[in-house]
Design a protein around this ligand. Structure first.
Ligand code: SPV
Ligand code: MG
Length: 544
């Protein structure tokens, strides 16, 4: 035994490896208890109940799979169940390895695979493959002692974890042999390297066990399974010097009772009413299987889905386009078989801005509400852009993109703007300083250097700047963070209060905002257009 293993005291939560914990439970002078489990779920329930170890019962795993305890489930099928159990719980698992599924060679391979799965130990019984459950029939044949000792030695030689435990189980008493035979076998198995001996008895009292203990004289740890002598007080096991008690099958048995009762109730009543209060809630299943952790992990690993809203200002007719806007607002002018607005909404959608509202005004009827959220600026002919934006006030909550309805731009421009960390960011084309609409000429605290590394934020310093002072032309597209949207809402309210809202344009709004907060400038170079004139419209029709 490695000397750094301390006997388990049963008081503190051990941090040692699982095999080391099982070993220290076996070596402890205190009586340890391990509880049967047969699945990931039952393994969790054993841990939740406060047990320090798990018995992976052959009978229970077979029953859970709906097969007999006669090695009908293959050892690799059992191994798969053990893997779920080991994943579901942090406890050491002592596996019921039956006979070892064959001879010494099968035991070697079994032990290696158990070590790989983090299993703490295996119990091997001195019977023949395929096994029969100990409580079935009488006088089951036992393995030859030397052959069984070979299985134990092969298992000990194969273990890849130094603390992995092999518990050798003798069925001598159950098979009707005298105490001497049980002692002879236990002594031989101990000498072959078994870390503990399981002495099995199917008597209704513990006399065989206590009798064995007197003669065994504490030569190595003894494990018992009091399924048949269940009425014996646990104190008797302590007094006898037993190391470990296995409660061998009581979770599978209790689940059978519970499942039968529920199934019968539902079958006879054709309703869930009588069972609903008696069965575990679905919420509890989520808790047991750790759905909270999954939620947290999702926040760490999944890409965050942003919910960016859009507001398109499409209320104006467009003064320079009178001949083509008699029946249509500018936003609905045809651009290669599709209204300009639809092209704009498609580009926004590609950048993930899908929840968009369009503020209508002039010829509102020409912007049909089907498939588009619409808001109306009823006073469109006496008010300006800021008033139109104020019509969307309830939507200015959370991250928002605001854009003029007569603008088209390449998608990467909006993507770049959405990456801005500033609360308010405007897209400014640094190649344009002779805008027809001088109100959109903007000055910033630094010019666009066009350098590869030019991503330092620029700050808006003036709107409606003279061409020689301007850093570029605002393209009518702005991005607001959640806080930015709050600031814009507050500013629109202040403009309403001081009666400047009705006639203000968006540059006026930006000018007010930049006086008390940073309005960031995101520089671009071309790849956009707005439709103010017939020439613009012709260009839009060529824009791909
Ligand atoms: C098991 O739980 O499968 C056992 C213990 O081997 S017993 O059923 O008591 O034999
Ligand atoms: Mg068994």
């Amino acid at each position: 035994m490695p000397n750094d293993i301390q006997p388990w005291t049963g008081r503190d939560l051990p941090t040692a490896s699982r095999p080391a914990r099982l070993r220290s439970m076996l070596l402890s002078p205190e009586l340890a208890f391990i509880m049967e489990a047969h699945s990931g779920l039952s393994a969790k329930i054993v841990e939740e109940a406060g047990f320090q170890g798990i018995w992976a019962s052959g009978l229970s795993i077979s029953a859970m799979l709906g097969v007999r305890d006669n090695n009908e489930a293959s050892w690799t099928q059992v191994l798969d169940v053990l893997e779920y159990m080991a994943d579901a719980s942090s406890l050491p698992i002592l596996v019921d390895g039956d006979t070892g599924y064959g001879n010494f060679n099968n035991v070697r391979r079994l032990v290696r695979k158990l070590c790989e799965r983090g299993i703490a130990g295996v119990c091997l019984e001195d019977k023949l493959f395929p096994k029969t459950n100990s409580f079935l029939g009488e006088r089951q044949p036992l393995a030859d002692v030397a052959e069984f000792c070979g299985r134990i030695r092969a298992g000990k030689d194969a273990q890849t974890d130094p603390d992995f435990c092999i518990v050798a189980r003798t069925e001598a008493l159950i098979s009707g042999y005298p105490m001497d035979e049980a002692l002879r076998r236990a002594e031989a198995y101990h000498a072959a390297g078994a870390d503990a001996i399981l002495v099995h008895s199917k008597k209704a009292d513990a006399n065989e066990i206590t009798g064995f203990m007197k003669l065994w004289d504490n030569r190595c740890p003894i494990v018992i399974v009091p399924t048949m002598y269940y009425a014996t007080p646990t104190e008797a096991f302590r007094e006898a010097g037993i190391s470990m008690v296995i409660w061998a099958n009581h979770l599978v048995r209790s689940s059978i009772s519970a499942m039968r009762e529920t199934a019968r109730k539902i079958a006879t009543t054709e309703s869930l009413m009588e069972v609903e209060d008696r069965v575990t809630s679905v919420r509890e299943i989520f808790k047991l299987t750790g759905n909270d952790e999954l939620e947290e992990a999702g926040q760490r690993y999944l890409p965050t889905t942003r919910n960016v809203r859009g507001v398109v200002l499409a209320a104006s007719r467009g003064a320079g386009l009178a001949s083509v806007t008699a029946d249509l607002p500018k936003a609905m002018l045809d651009v290669r078989g599709k209204p300009l607005l639809h092209r704009l909404l498609a580009t926004m959608g590609e950048s993930g801005v899908n929840d968009v509202a369009v503020v209508r005004g002039y010829r509102a009827d020409a912007i049909p509400a089907d498939g588009i959220k619409v808001l109306d600026n009823k006073a469109f002919d006496t008010t300006g852009e800021a008033a139109s934006l104020a019509c969307a006030l309830p939507r200015l909550k959370g991250e928002t993109v605001v854009v003029y309805g007569d603008v088209l731009f390449r998608r990467y421009i909006l993507d770049g703007l959405l990456d801005s960390k500033a609360d308010i960011t405007v897209a400014v084309d640094s190649t344009r300083r002779n805008a027809a609409n001088g109100r959109d000429l903007m000055a910033a605290d630094r010019a666009d250097t066009a350098g590869y590394y030019d991503d330092a934020p620029a700050k808006l310093t003036a709107v409606g700047a003279a061409p020689e002072q301007a850093s570029g032309e605002w393209i009518g597209l702005m991005h607001l963070s959640e806080r930015g949207a709050d600031l814009v809402r507050d500013e629109l309210a202040a403009m309403e209060a001081d009666k400047t809202l009705a006639t203000a344009d968006l540059p006026s709004l930006l000018e007010r905002l930049m006086k008390h907060t940073t309005v960031a400038v995101h520089y671009i170079k071309g790849h956009w257009l707005d439709v103010d004139t017939h020439a613009d419209l012709a260009e839009a029709r060529n824009f791909s």
